[in-house]
Structure formats: C-alpha cells, structure tokens
Design a protein around this ligand. Structure first.
Ligand code: H2U
Length: 354
C-alpha cells in the first residue's frame, strides 16, 4: 500500500491498556446512510411528583414501604436486590471441579438505591452546584461505609429508558460485593502490571499525556480531566480522572469534590446539548479494592458509556461483530472529543421551556 496511514480515514485497532481489549476503529464508515432503527425520543415531560413513582418522596414502594418526605439525597436498600449477605457458599466440590469446566464461587453482597433529588423531572445536568455536590458527598460517605465490609463497592447510574433505567427519577444504584467483579479484577491486574513494568501509575501517566496532547480532552480544571479515551468503545464514551493520585471516592478532598461538581456539570450539559436531549448513559466509579493491600497502582476514575451515535434517536448497538468478534466504532475518539468540546456549557433547556 502506498497511501500513508491516516487514523481519521483508515480502519485500525486501538489497545486498551486498562483491560487488554482491542477496539476496531472504522472512521470511513461514519459517513454511511442510516436505514436502521430509530428510537423514540426519550420522554422529557416527566412530572415533578408522581405518587405512583416508587422513588418519589412519600410514595409507596413495591414492597409497601413508604418513602420519607426527603428533601435532598435519599438512600434505601433495594427491594429486589441481586446480592444478599445471607447466602451460603457452594460446597468445595462445586467450587473447584477437577476438570475446570464447572467452577462456582460464592457471591454475597448488598444493593442500595440512591435518589439524587426529590424532583423526578431533574437530572444531574439540571441540578444546582450544591445539589450535585451533595450527591458526591453521599457517594463518598456510602463508599467509605460499605468499603469497611465489602471488597468492591460499585456505584453506577443508568440514565434514560434507552439504558434500562426503570424509573424516571434521578437516581443511581450501589452494589457492594464480597468478590472483585470481573472488570475490576482485570483492571487491578493491568494497573499492577503497568506499575511494576514502568514504575509509574498507568492512569496518572495517561491523564498527563492526554492533557499534553489535548485532542481527546473534553474539559479540564485544577483537579480533574474529562476525556474521550484513546480506546473508547461507545461513540461518546468519556472518562473522568483526578489529576492527583487518589485511590477512592472517600479520599477526595474538598477542592477535588468542588471541582468534580463543576466538571460533571460541564460534561453532562455538553452531553445534553449534543443532540438536545436528556442524554442517556450508564456511568460508574472505579477505585481501589477494599482489601488492605498496597493499591498504589490504582487511580480513581469514572466512566460514562452513552449509547447515542448520530441524534437523539439513533443509537449504537453492540451486536453482530461486536458480540461475535471485536468491539467496533466508526466516529474516532478525537472527533467525538472535538464535538463535545464545541458544545456550550449552558444547558439547551435554559432557552426554552421543557
Ligand atoms: P434502575 O432505574 O437503574 O433500574 O434502578 C431502580 C432500582 O430501584 C431497581 O434496581 C429498585 C429496582 O429494583 N426499586 C426498588 O427497590 N423498589 C421499588 O419499589 C421500585 C424500584
């Protein structure tokens, strides 16, 4: 081939050093016409209070418990928990089958739901600075409390019906487990290997180099960088990384929490502005496991995985080649970062009534 390689035009693969996975990037396909499924726009006319919405203050939940008339954040034990503390472990004979083909392992844990705000029609993008800060403080508090008992505390938010969010009310979930989930275990190993090989923290080094390169940076402040990872899989996937070595959410100091509030509000406003919609996503926090070991190879980070590709209604599906062979994307991470950077930091809805 005599044509010189251009990453904005030519198919190539990128390596994710955090997981060891590869993503196939096919930028030339971003121009193709779309005749596939068009999702219905997310319903935005959500009532502020609905007595039949089990996450609202004073509403009755599925199990008959009545929520308090909460005015800020509100945390409760999930009424349909995937993980429970009081579950026996499989017998030794099941835990290690001789042929390695039928191995089981115990799974104990706890599942909580955290409402961000009493009003169902708000999202983190529309909440005030102080309200978002209270969410961050509550995350840190829960992380600290649950981290005393569980090796892994997974905070995650499914936003929008497109991402499987079952209740139109700003909230997240917290699943704490007696084991390291698969992705956490992979990251633990990769971060450790990198630190041993290069004598550097992978994510701190990565953030520093991305800030120098600028092309994938969406927002930056004194304590945080928000970027589209070089190895992003979802079209507008982003990552939030603290600039200072920080292991867990509860280790964030006051300045980091204030600037996290700012950068989250900026990112979420840009997300909503991109297609003038309440941008759906799944997001979560990853920090050092709670195992009393040397976790200096870790660095706290958040991942946002939004499904939208071209408009409020056209989403990326992880099917076909992605399920059977390799994760794949069309838009390059650099193009995605540029588009997000170009979005206003003022929410589109502030100019019109919702
Ligand atoms: P999602 O929107 O991400 O599905 O989270 C809502 C969670 O709230 C879900 O896990 C729980 C569901 O089990 N829930 C209750 O615990 N009680 C209820 O009455 C309704 C929903």
């Amino acid at each position: 081939m005599s044509i010189p390689f251009n990453p904005s035009d030519h198919a190539h693969r990128r390596f994710n050093p955090l997981t060891g996975d590869w993503v196939l990037v096919c930028p030339h396909r971003a121009k193709r016409p779309w005749n596939g499924q068009v999702e219905k726009p997310e319903v935005t006319a959500i009532p502020r209070f609905d007595p039949n919405n089990p996450l609202c203050p004073t509403a009755t939940r599925s199990n008959g418990i009545i929520n308090p008339d909460y005015t800020s954040t509100f945390v409760f034990d999930n009424d349909f928990p995937a993980l429970l503390d009081d579950v026996p472990n499989p017998a030794d004979s099941l835990a290690a089958s001789d042929d390695g083909l039928f191995t089981m392992s115990g799974a104990q844990g706890n599942c909580k739901v955290m409402c961000f705000h009493p009003h169902s029609d708000l999202t983190l993008a529309l909440m005030s600075h102080d309200e978002v800060r209270r969410v961050i403080d509550k995350w840190a508090e829960l992380y600290e409390e649950l981290g005393k008992k569980y090796i892994w505390v997974q905070i995650f938010e499914n936003k929008g019906a497109m991402m499987g969010c079952s209740n139109p009310h700003p909230h997240c979930q917290i699943w704490s487990s007696s084991y390291l989930p698969a992705l956490a275990e992979v990251k633990d190993n990769k971060l450790n290997e990198y630190q041993k090989t290069y004598k550097k923290n992978l994510l701190l080094e990565y953030a520093r180099k991305e800030i120098e390169k600028k092309v994938r940076v969406v927002a930056l402040n004194d304590d945080w960088v928000c970027l589209v990872p070089f190895w992003a899989v979802w079209p507008y996937e982003t990552m939030l990384i603290p600039l200072k070595h920080t292991l867990r959410l509860n280790d964030l100091d006051n300045s980091q929490r204030e600037s996290l509030t700012d950068i989250m509000q900026k990112l979420l406003t840009k997300y909503d502005n991109l297609f003038e919609t309440f941008f759906p996503y799944s997001m979560g926090w990853h920090g050092a496991p709670n195992n009393n070991e040397d976790n200096s190879h870790w660095q706290l980070h958040a991942i946002y995985s939004p499904p939208l590709l071209r408009s409020a209604t056209v989403r990326k599906f992880m099917v076909g080649y992605e399920l059977m062979a390799n994760m794949q994307r069309d838009l390059t991470p650099e193009q995605a970062a540029e588009r997000l950077r170009a979005q206003s930091d003022v929410h589109y809805s502030s100019n019109k009534s919702l």
